[in-house]
Design a protein. Sequence first.
Length: 514
Amino acid sequence: MLLSDIVEYGARKHPDRIALRFEDETVGYGQLRDRSRRLANALLGVADPGDRVAILSTNRTEYFDCYYGVPMAGIALTILNFRLHPEQIAALVEHSGAAVLVVSEDFAEMVASIRDRITSVHTVVVIGDADADAAFLSWDAFVAGAPATEPKVRPRPDDIAWIVYTSGTTGVPKGVMLSHRNLLTGITSSALQWALPEDTVFLFCFPLCHVGGYVTLLNHLMGATVGIIRAYDNATFLRLVQQWKVTQTGLAPTMINFLLQDPALDAHDLGTLEAIGYGSSAIPAPVLREGLDRLGCDFYQGMGMTELAGNVLHLDQQAHRRAANGESNLLAAAGKPMRLADIRIVDDELRDVPVGEIGEMVVRGDQVMAGYWNDTDTTDAAFTDGWFHTGDLVRRDAEGFVYIVDRKKDLIISGGENIASLTVEQALYSHPAVAEAAAIGVKDETWGEIVCAIVALRSGSTATADEIIATCREHLGGFQVPRRVEFVDALPKNVSGKILKRDLRERFATRTLV
């Protein structure tokens, strides 16, 4: 099976069912299949199987033509984060060696400004107004003359379908190569875990340039309707849940947190909402408890990463209900290993650690990436005997629940003591004035590192550094308590809502103690 078979099967089974909603536009399964085929055939007129086609766009229905149509042609879809600086985008396009660049009209002028630096690109196709450069092709004209027939080429399951550049939270972005087999295994594993009836209306709230977009393909595999939004904000979310009768959605913990703080929340009818999936970072226990209480729907969690083509841990609705009924320890769990993910928790010598002890999570299986594009050394360093190193420090309890202790790079070592930033953050969120928080390690001549808390307060609330520290002392050991508190208006995040701790470490490395 290939990635494009998802929409092929859907078109044969229910051609008139709505596959996509975006603003006032709807696209049926049959239409999406035909659109994807036209794009594949058009691309084969200007590129060859094995080439790369890059996409730089905000959310829109044409993104799905690319999701399915580019790999359908045997070409790797190279997915770019539109929030990067133009110089960074140029560097990634050059690194990928993309022959074609698909760009939405809002970035056409920027692409024109870097055109001489993306030398591998011979064709630029603009979705919308192509007036930024006379040499650019119009999307509508590009696909209009192509037939809606099956392309004459058919890729192999191990051919690269997507190249997704990582968020760069720990360094320079890397091009993660995901084959058809990788992505379909991740999708199938999630399908075995999640309850997604055919009448599901799923609202996808993240940028499609993130690997989390695989969730939309999962919904299409199940015959569901997927709604997308241009960019997330509480008002749009609340309006569309009510208007489209959304039954499921996915949000980052930061988004759930801000939604619960919105005074307009209780004025909207969210009665159709059955479940919210969350991921990309751990959710603070107070936020989850409030969400269960006020939103009136089930919660489930998925944990994965770009290199794993989706999620490998799943915390289901039943576990959340158990947590709500008193087993609050489960609120800190990321879940249990999913059906098709082979997971171990190991020490530095790749030996399994006992139940309850902390080790690194390593993963093996068909959903693990094919490697990093044009980076053999980094690929080799990421694997040991076929096991991929996630960089996540975790522990597993007797029931099999896996708890994320910290990222290896986010571990704070102060006076020889290991301090999990997540543990400190849970304490920070217990202060009623804290809207969002992060804990980082900053250099200290005496202790090597000290804990620095970065805090954004709720609108209309006040708190001093001493008050924040006093609250932490109620929940943490003395060595874990922040020695420094910095207040900011908002924490920097990537497109999936993950807090960029690397940015915070750079920003506050030389600041003085509060």
